[in-house]
Design a protein around this ligand. Structure first.
Ligand SMILES: [Zn+2]
Length: 257
């Protein structure tokens, strides 16, 4: 069974360019420097599951011609990963069925408090989403086949974030400052590793350039793809600095897993 993974957005919290038009070091003539906020899609058998709903989710789904969403797995509660949640309403209306949401305890709490109207009945509109607990191994069954999403807690500054390992082949860690020692082996020898690389300099809640290079030497993915890139990270300049087994991501990048 073919599973398609789409990197919907690979930009940091403010995107490139920022809302005020600031490109920083990024060349505006290079299309791959236009980065929306981090989200991803897993597609198989005409079903689509999202990782996060960035504030750019509407544009991202239009760009990638994704017309149905069958569930959403959240990484953490920050605004750049969650605030597109309201746009899921369309997918409820198409089927008149609530869209399943999967999140860990902290993210569940945040979403239920701040987007209560999406989950609970109010006097005006019916709820459009259904909250579910995230498991360690989440199996999504479609017809007779399934895909697995393993959720792994990783450090993201002062909070924990979820990294997902899909079908034991693709790791997605968009916001991360540390993999806990006990979980390191889960990330060994992946086919694809999509990982946070905010900027060149150190940052307390994200990986930077040097940290990614260090980690890749330990866990040895076949191909590492950088995401959550800020305005310092010009696509071509960054690519030239990297070994062949690491590439900068770009919006709309696709993989078969
Ligand atoms: Zn974050």
């Amino acid at each position: 069974m073919k599973v398609k993974f789409t990197l919907l957005g690979c930009g940091y919290s403010m995107g490139v360019p920022r809302i005020d038009g600031y490109f920083g070091e990024c060349n505006p003539k290079e299309k791959k420097n236009y980065r929306t906020r981090c989200s991803a899609a897993i597609s198989f058998k005409k079903k689509n599951f999202l990782i996060d709903t960035s504030p750019d989710i509407k544009y991202q789904l239009l760009q990638n011609k994704i017309k149905n969403v069958d569930g959403v797995f959240y990484t953490h509660c920050h605004a750049d990963q969650t605030h597109g949640i309201n746009d899921l309403r369309v997918f409820y209306l198409k089927k008149m069925k609530r869209i399943p949401i999967y999140a860990d305890k902290n993210t569940r709490k945040y979403l239920l408090k701040n987007f209560r109207y999406c989950f609970a009945k109010n006097s005006e509109y019916p709820p459009t989403l259904k909250m579910n607990d995230l498991k360690k191994i989440n199996k999504i069954k479609v017809d007779s086949s399934f895909i697995s999403l393993e959720s792994v807690h990783v450090e993201h500054g002062k909070i924990d974030c979820i990294a997902y390992i899909i079908n034991k082949k693709l790791g997605y860690a968009s916001d991360i400052s540390k993999i806990y020692k006990k979980d390191l082996k889960k990330f060994y020898n992946l086919k694809f590793f999509i990982v946070d690389c905010l900027r060149y300099k150190h940052h307390y809640s994200h990986f930077n350039f040097d940290k990614v290079l260090e980690l890749v030497k330990i866990i040895k993915p076949k191909l590492t793809i950088l995401t959550n890139l800020n305005t310092e990270m010009d696509y071509l300049k960054l690519k030239k600095k990297l070994p062949k087994n690491i590439v900068p991501g770009y919006d709309g990048m696709k993989f078969s897993i």
